[in-house]
Design a protein. Sequence first.
Length: 183
Amino acid sequence: MKKMDMRQMTLVGLMTAVLCILGPLSITLPFTPIPISFTNLGIYFIIFILGWKLSTMSVVVYILLGMVGLPVFSGFSGGAAKVAGPTGGYLIGFIFMAIIAGWFVERFEGKILMYMIGMVVATAVTYAFGTAWLCVQMHLTPIQGLTVGVLPYIPGDIVKMIVGILVGSKVKKAVRVSAVFES
């Protein structure tokens, strides 16, 4: 990978800030340790601005900021224990979400159906990481893990994908018009 220029570093920093703002916003559900998080909405949004490589970098920086204790994870929490706890698999899965969904957005520019397919695949991979880790941490069967770690979140995640596509596409066009993307 070539060296990052100042514009790219600035965009990565700004999009990491978006994740740090959306990440702590969450809704706690009484039957599961996994809250409804808005981090994935942030990722669905930033992949349009940064593409898969830089958005992945942004997600990694976000996770590192949280691991050192900044309260950027759900419920304004932070620390390595959060990554090692029941939600840790989902946090790590966000890295793959940025890679996969971002690749689809870059590869199939202007094809909304392909954006949605990429986001669904990316979210499924994130669910797989998260559910596997949740099952290990809480001694759950895979069915129990899916029941508390995936099924309640599917409708909201579909809405977040749609919002991410609608907003991300429009912001990408606006940013291009403003010449931020020009080399």
